[in-house]
Ligand binder design. Structure first.
Ligand SMILES: *Cc1c(COP(=O)(O)O)cnc(C)c1O
Length: 489
């Protein structure tokens, strides 16, 4: 299905920077003989609709401090920077209001959950009083696909229990989410969480809400203090719940996957690991679950409970503001739609008009061009480039490079001949690839040409060179699979 879509599409994009890179690697086989960094898949990072996901209390603060345009132009710097001006006391009270509302909602939902099972009165009494108004509240809610690794937090249950039941710095967890009915592994994860949530010592501070939906999501991403995400890099395409959380001053802890690989900074949240990818998943889980406990114990919990100056966690509030600004500026759906519009929809619409006007003259021309290229492409031959310099290359040196090309029936204006070069990583692979257009230096007749160009090398080290022929013209023609010929070494 993907390849079918690709062949009909003019523009292709992933939904985060990392996803774009992963998609180029995954689908490079759909463009044979193209290098990975040239696969025509780009990215537009997803965004969230600010007025939909912002809490009521925060919307009131934004109205007062940011002005009426915050909901239609959240990406504007001069609007989001006014977040700094919100009084710490007001921001914290608004956030505490959101946390209270979350806890009230959780109790209500838990009551319904246990009533459905005809739980005895003693259990009902306990259920109606779960959670605490004033303690550090960590939310985790999403689809229980196995790559999201909800079990990471449970890998050392004793250490987790100690975190939850601390006398001075207690922590509570709210989990929610669904697995696909046929996803045995996902359902098993939920079972593990529910089993843990029924343990006597922790069950008032570790709950699992059934029937995850946008209503539960809204309360969680507004009222938690921390939003936890543990995907196995690079499986998360983007993930948007963390953006909703950040918008509401809820701080993210996540592996550097999906959008968090772009959004993370020390001032806006915490990262588990440094974006490593592992082939040994068991080992990765062990390392990253330890990292998660360490972050909680050493960074998150102490910061939340630091109340030296009165009753406000000032450093925490500073991070809340930085996270809110980051989400408003860079991850609003307004920004995303603008991106799609400018880069794809508008150019596509104008291209469509260009293709169909004058009885589709341009579309017919492109089709004839492609037929002609396909008919003659296999006759193209190109020899390895030759350099005029015999001296060892040094930084800043300019070298003249030539290549003999046989184009057969095709004309020079129909193709593009490029030198393809870069510093070498190994004998065969370039670290980064660069291309430089070559021009005809000599017409030797019968479709034989000498192409050449000057290159200035601006890095030291060993360089690799080759050259190739691709079609001249628009991307649809240029990236037709098969229409690329590399030099024979
Ligand atoms: C935002 C949202 C999602 C997507 O969240 P991820 O971070 O991508 O898992 C899923 N479900 C609901 C109800 C949401 O509101």
């Amino acid at each position: 299905m993907f390849v079918l879509g690709v062949r009909f599409a003019q523009y292709l994009n992933g939904v985060s920077e990392l996803h774009g890179r992963v998609a180029r690697r995954m689908w490079s086989h759909a463009w044979p003989k193209r290098s990975e960094d040239e696969i025509p898949i780009t990215h537009v990072t997803n965004g969230v609709h600010v007025p939909t996901w912002i809490s009521y209390e925060f919307a009131l603060l934004f109205e007062r401090y940011l002005g009426p345009d915050w909901s239609i132009s959240p990406w504007k710097k001069d609007i989001s920077k006014r977040i700094e001006e919100i009084y710490n006391e007001e921001l914290w009270r608004a956030h505490e209001m959101n946390r209270s509302r979350l806890i009230r909602t959780c109790r209500e939902l838990m009551k319904q959950q246990y009533q459905r099972r005809n739980a005895p009165k003693a259990v009902m009494d306990e259920v109606e009083a779960v959670l605490d108004q004033d303690i550090l509240t960590i939310g985790f809610a999403r689809r229980f696909a196995s790559y999201k690794r909800a079990y990471l937090l449970l890998m050392d249950p004793e250490r987790l229990e100690a975190i939850i039941t601390s006398k001075t710095h207690p922590v509570q967890f709210i989990f929610s989410g669904k697995a696909h009915p046929k996803d045995r592994e996902g359902k098993d994860l939920i079972r593990q969480l529910i089993l843990f949530s029924q343990k006597k010592g922790v069950r008032h501070r570790f709950i699992f809400l059934e029937n995850y939906d946008p209503h539960i999501a809204r309360h969680l991403i507004q009222g938690a203090d921390v939003w936890l995400n543990t995907p196995r890099r690079p499986y998360e395409a983007c993930g948007t719940s963390g953006m909703k959380a950040a918008l509401n001053g809820v701080l993210n802890i996540s592996t550097l996957d999906g959008w968090w690989a772009e959004g993370y900074s020390e001032s806006t949240g915490w990262c588990i690991g440094n974006g490593e990818e592992y082939s040994d998943h068991k080992y990765q889980d062990a390392v990253e679950s330890q990292a998660l406990y360490n972050i909680l114990e050493n960074d998150v919990i102490p910061l939340f409970y630091e109340r030296k100056n009165g009753d406000l966690p000032l450093q925490w509030i500073k991070m809340m503001k930085a996270a809110m600004k980051m989400a408003m500026l860079r991850f609003s759906s307004h920004k995303m739609v603008e991106n799609y519009g400018k880069r794809f929809y508008l150019p596509a619409a104008s291209r469509m008009r260009g293709l169909v006007e004058n009885e589709a003259a341009e579309a017919k021309r492109l089709s004839r061009q492609l037929d002609r290229l396909k008919a003659h492409w296999d006759n193209i031959q190109i020899k390895s480039p030759v350099m005029n310099s015999k001296d060892p290359l040094h930084t800043g040196a300019t070298v003249h490079v030539t290549a003999e090309v046989h184009l057969g029936q095709l004309m020079p204006h129909e193709v593009s001949v490029d030198i393809y070069y870069g510093p070498l990583k190994t004998v065969e692979t370039l670290q980064t690839s660069n291309t430089e257009k070559m021009t005809v230096k000599e017409d030797r007749g019968n479709g034989n040409y000498v192409y050449g160009c000057d290159l200035t090398l601006n890095r030291t080290g060993r360089y690799g060179f080759t050259c190739r022929v691709t079609p001249q013209g628009d991307d649809w023609v240029k990236f037709t699979p098969g229409l690329v010929t590399w030099a024979i070494p």
